[in-house]
Ligand binder design. Sequence first.
Ligand SMILES: Cc1cc2nc3c(=O)[nH]c(=O)nc-3n(C[C@H](O)[C@H](O)[C@H](O)COP(=O)(O)OP(=O)(O)OC[C@H]3O[C@@H](n4cnc5c(N)ncnc54)[C@H](O)[C@@H]3O)c2cc1C
Ligand code: FES
Length: 274
Amino acid sequence: MIDNPYTPIKTEVVGVNEESPTIKTVSLKPEKPLHFKAGQFVEMTIPGVGEAPFTPSSSPYEKSKLEISIMKAGRVTAKIHDLKKGDIVGLRGPYGNEYPLSEFEGKEILLVGGGVGLAPLRALFLALVHDMDKYKNITFCCGSRTPSDIIYKDCVLDKWQKMNKKVKFRITVDKKDNNWKGNVGLVTTTLDNLKIDLKNSVAIVCGPPIMMKFSTFKLLEIGYKNEQIYLSMEKNMSCGIGKCGHCRLGNFYVCKDGPVFRYDRINNIHEIWD
Ligand SMILES: Cc1cc2nc3c(=O)[nH]c(=O)nc-3n(C[C@H](O)[C@H](O)[C@H](O)COP(=O)(O)OP(=O)(O)OC[C@H]3O[C@@H](n4cnc5c(N)ncnc54)[C@H](O)[C@@H]3O)c2cc1C
Ligand code: FES
């Protein structure tokens, strides 16, 4: 019998965590193993509603379950926000390429994320700290709209920074509230005065298109070269496996050739930031 590539694996919701007013993290236990590498994505099916692509945000080394952080955007994601422990969904994948960790070895690593774009970066961050002796250090720049929109509070609120001298966080919000004592400004402001040897660094950016555009331009302005910048691209997807053409970006299919692209491969594509 030929396997149908669209058949999802039956998956139990084993936990739901409200990260912010618009983002929830669901913990999922697939019936069969679904091992992903940081940067790859899966298609999640809500029976009777539809499916949508998401990048796991948990450590790829955690084999018994995976976490996906989901921002409410429309029909499928609204239903996902209603999920409770014990509900059943479908997962298929993993699809696409992963972050090329071997290209990061020996380097100073700069992660730049905004909003739910922090999801793939969290998986990458957890994979990097798992083998921290391979990398010089990590600077993680995180941007959120307001303090209540900050996600992964367990991960960013100094815990990792205190545990590991090679990890530094720079957190900013666009708009503060009365209790916020930290940085205020767009995530690009966290790229000012970086204490990084740029020549021996790579930068990985993920977030909404506008944030990725201005973060990339700022990185170039401060001295990063095209080939030192990696972007996680998002396009509307359907099949997820290079068949339908929905996710075309220039000559690439984001689902198959990406979603991780080194900037020098795509910088000449006209619709890159659409
Ligand atoms: C590779 C990949 C990884 C992703 N990872 C995550 C993740 O980890 N967490 C997360 O919250 N979201 C992620 N997304 C975005 C997520 O897939 C969309 O938010 C989701 O498909 C919206 O489905 P919906 O039915 O709720 O919304 P719809 O009702 O289909 O649409 C709501 C709005 O979202 C827009 N939209 C629909 N699909 C996409 C898309 N793929 N990218 C951008 N905008 C879209 C529509 O144009 C519309 O404006 C990822 C997308 C891709 C391609
Ligand atoms: S989603 Fe169908 S080709 Fe990429």
